[in-house]
Design a protein around this ligand. Structure first.
Ligand code: COS
Length: 392
């Protein structure tokens, strides 16, 4: 029986504990699904997660807050059972994150559909020439009599090709750089939007390169204010980066569980592997990484849920440390499995491929270091200013 003692930590309320147990039972009955056809798998997963109510948690009604601990527990649990199920859930949340946080009542009609599992969402931020440097987005949104006309390219867009709706960032030009971007709601069947390439990756999931040629959107497609798109994107990422840490935590827990089963059943040198001190060294390192990871993820989620206006530092720490730690834990699990660890189709082999992208997407580890350092330096500056008699 896997260790669930962390659910007793004070970060959680009883409703979180109940949800985690219920979802674990649901996942044990429904997962994993076949990954042979990732498009079909994701469509099926979105429909099933929607029908059974889990996707309701991927968004929030107007005036309601996204509960970050719930999002993290769901991603952690799904990731422990099936990476593609976590992906399907996560993209409904990230894709519609801007609408949850800033959407108008009519934009929320789409949110109702993605939360019911009857529509699939995508978040179109990255471009061929700007991944980490969001302020350099080159896709343009020109004002027209009827609204906006968008032209440009977006790449590595998750759910590209199967999404029904995207949130897209484009340059409206109110100011140079970060202050000249706006966010839009873009239905996938809008004329001029084209999927030009499906991208294959080492842990397959729907991913595509999109082109926008003269895409016309009404004024009502604008999310937030003109020029406010960068802050919309960063606020969404602050929330969902913590959940990337939670998914990595789920992968790491699964790797530890697989390793424990392996070392307790396989014999080596006339004894169970678990009796060997070098094996125990691995197990100790893995368990420590998992617990430290969980503390960082749920610290960030609890801080947000407790009303903190901004958790850039906590979210970046959770994403950076936990994705990197999960990679180490999974690598150790592969090592403890010997030849079976690299055999295609084993759970640890799949985890080894699945974890890698998490250290890159939604802000690479290197970008998280930048975010953490800026927040720490700004905090030190603010404390120094207060000492000098500045405002508290
Ligand atoms: N929440 C709210 N506002 C934020 C913010 C946040 N998390 N981060 C920055 N801002 C604000 C800043 O306060 C600043 O506004 P003011 O000038 O009014 O103070 C403005 O946005 C610009 O911020 P900054 O100067 O820090 O922007 P930079 O261009 O230097 O970029 C990084 C910041 C690199 C951190 C950002 O581009 C980033 O996160 N990149 C990674 C993107 C990513 O995750 N891509 C993966 C996409 S897969 S979905």
């Amino acid at each position: 029986m896997p260790d669930r003692s962390y659910l007793d930590w004070p970060f959680f309320d009883d409703r979180h504990r109940t949800l985690a147990a219920d979802l674990d039972a649901w996942a044990a009955a429904h997962l994993p699904v076949s990954h042979d056809d990732p498009d079909a798998a994701c469509r099926g997963l979105v429909a099933a997660l929607g029908a059974d109510g889990w996707l309701r948690h991927s968004g929030a009604d107007a005036g309601e807050r996204l509960d970050l601990r719930t999002l993290c527990l769901i991603r952690e649990t799904l990731a422990r059972h099936d990476g593609l199920a976590d992906f399907a859930f996560a993209m409904q949340g990230l894709g519609m994150g801007a609408v949850s946080l800033f959407g108008t009542p009519s934009q929320r009609d789409w949110l109702a559909r993605t939360r019911a599992g009857t529509a699939i969402a995508g978040f179109a931020l990255t471009e061929p020439a700007s991944g980490s440097d969001v302020a350099r987005i080159a896709t343009t949104a020109r004002r027209t009599d009827r609204g906006y006309m968008l032209d440009g390219e977006k790449t590595y867009i998750s759910n590209g090709g199967i999404a029904d709706v995207y949130v897209i960032l484009a340059r409206t030009g109110e100011a140079p750089g970060a202050k000249g971007l706006s966010a839009f709601l873009l239905p996938a069947d809008t004329p001029g939007l084209e999927v030009v390439e499906r991208i294959e990756v080492m842990a397959p999931h729907p991913l595509a390169h999109l082109r926008l040629s003269g895409v016309e959107l009404p004024e009502s497609a604008l999310i937030g204010s003109p020029g406010g798109g960068f802050k919309v994107a960063m606020t969404v990422l602050d929330t969902f980066r913590t959940t990337v840490g939670a998914a990595a935590l789920g992968f790491a827990r699964r790797a530890l569980d697989e390793a424990l089963a392996r070392v307790q059943t396989r014999r080596l040198f006339d004894a169970p592997m678990a009796d060997l001190q070098m094996v125990q060294g691995h197990i100790a390192d893995m368990a420590l990484e998992v617990d430290a990871a969980a503390l960082l993820v749920y610290r960030a989620a609890w801080t947000k849920d407790s009303g903190a206006p901004r958790i850039s530092r906590e979210a970046a720490m959770a994403k950076l440390h936990v994705t990197e730690a999960a990679q180490r834990v999974i690598d150790a699990a592969v090592q403890l499995h010997g030849g079976a660890g690299v055999r295609r189709g084993t759970r640890v082999e799949a985890l080894y491929r699945e974890i890698r992208a998490l250290r890159i997407y939604e802000g690479a580890s290197d970008v998280q270091k930048l975010v953490i350092a800026r927040a720490v330096l700004a905090g030190a500056e603010a404390r120094a200013a207060r000492k000098d008699g500045g405002p508290a």
